[in-house]
Design a protein. Structure first.
Length: 209
């Protein structure tokens, strides 16, 4: 009789532990109990990711900002942007340079408060504050009272410089003036980034003819 009771108690304990494990297991398609989130990525036809940036998009040549398309994926499947998406921001920097002998590289261009409903950026984005609320922010052309605007890669003839376009999807609209500094912009985005993507390029000016 005692053996039977022990077996019943042991069986009940095993069943209780199994039920607890099932209850705590995340549902299919989730990790750690959190629903999978859409991921931001970008594309451009201007040059392949990591490829040579054309003179059309270079600072001392045609200096047109490249067109980009925004995409969202859930795994390998296209997805809609998160409901919390409010705005996008972009910064372009030359990772080869160091500013004032420090660790900060050269910021060529930034733009923020790009509407969350935007499907991308057109080629040749205008300067200053645009009708849709987009603001050109800190960058090379935002100095000395000039309105912020795109200034593309500018490395001279010689070793190749590498440039990164970084895109941020934000759950807020940034309350910043166009005269904000790079630090101001990065601090304002902190805690609001719901997606990030990057596109790489390399550039050096052709030798003089």
């Amino acid at each position: 009789m005692m053996k039977m009771q022990r077996r019943l108690i042991l069986t009940a304990a095993v069943l209780s532990l199994a039920a607890l494990a099932i209850a705590q297991a995340p549902p299919a398609g989730r990790q750690g109990g959190a629903a999978p989130r859409p991921v931001l990525w970008v594309t451009t036809d201007a040059w392949p990711d990591g490829g040579e940036i054309p003179l059309r998009n270079a600072g001392r040549f045609e200096n047109k900002s490249p067109a980009f398309e925004f995409h969202w994926n859930l795994g390998t499947n296209p997805a809609t942007a998160p409901d919390t998406l409010q705005t996008y921001a972009v910064i372009l920097h030359d990772v080869e340079n160091s500013t004032n002998k420090g660790t900060t590289d050269t910021l060529h261009w930034s733009a923020f408060n790009i509407p969350g409903g935007a499907k991308g950026l057109p080629e040749g984005l205008g300067a200053g504050e645009l009708p849709d609320g987009t603001k050109n922010g800190p960058g090379i052309n935002a100095r000395g009272g000039n309105p912020g605007s795109y200034f593309g890669p500018g490395a001279g003839a010689g070793p190749i410089h590498h440039y990164v376009f970084e895109f941020y999807a934000l759950d807020t609209k940034l309350d910043l003036p166009a005269t904000a500094t790079r630090d101001d912009l990065m601090k304002a985005m902190e805690g609001h980034i719901i997606g990030k993507a990057a596109w790489f390029g390399r550039f050096h000016a052709p030798p003089a003819q």
